[in-house]
Design a protein around this ligand. Structure first.
Ligand code: CO
Length: 157
């Protein structure tokens, strides 16, 4: 277990379209485990590989619900429906929070750490987290989608 350095904006790797993972090896397992530790320590609900300086299609999400730890390798959003508007932040933008419009429902196809394909359907906050992390893998940052930023006083409430 190890904690990785989180890359903060601005950095080229955060705005890079990530490469597909083709090798499902021990190095990948170690990276996933290290990313998870890093995310928990930073109090995040998601983390994408470019945020630890690696431009590969790897992300993890754990919003603390019954789904637990979700590992997404080469994820693709197959379907999305509806919309939700809510607050969002990002470990690569410490202290910055804004309102972002996302789909209410998404269906995602991804591979797990062994390369096996799985499907995942999500709504609400989990759907939001998945969309945020998958955006990272395409070099898209939440700041490009913010409708308005929150002031510090609003966050303390
Ligand atoms: Co982020």
């Amino acid at each position: 277990m190890a904690r990785l350095n989180i890359v903060t904006y601005p950095a080229e790797v955060l705005e890079t379209v990530c490469e597909k993972v083709i090798e499902f090896d021990r190095k990948l397992v170690k990276l996933l485990n290290d990313m998870y530790d890093t995310m928990l320590e930073a109090d995040g609900v998601g983390l994408a590989a470019p945020q630890v300086g690696i431009a590969k299609q790897i992300a993890i999400v754990d919003i603390g619900d019954q789904n637990g730890r979700i590992e997404l390798i080469n994820p693709v959003i197959l379907e999305s429906r509806g919309e939700q508007i809510g607050p969002e932040g990002c470990l690569s933008f410490p202290g910055l929070f804004g309102e972002v419009k996302r789909a209410e429902y998404v269906k995602v196809r991804a591979q797990n750490r062994r390369g096996r394909i799985f499907m995942l359907e999500a709504t609400g906050f989990l759907a939001r987290a998945l969309q945020h992390e998958i955006d990272h893998l395409n070099g898209i940052l939440f700041t490009t989608k913010v409708i308005r930023y929150y002031e510090a006083e609003e966050l303390e409430g």
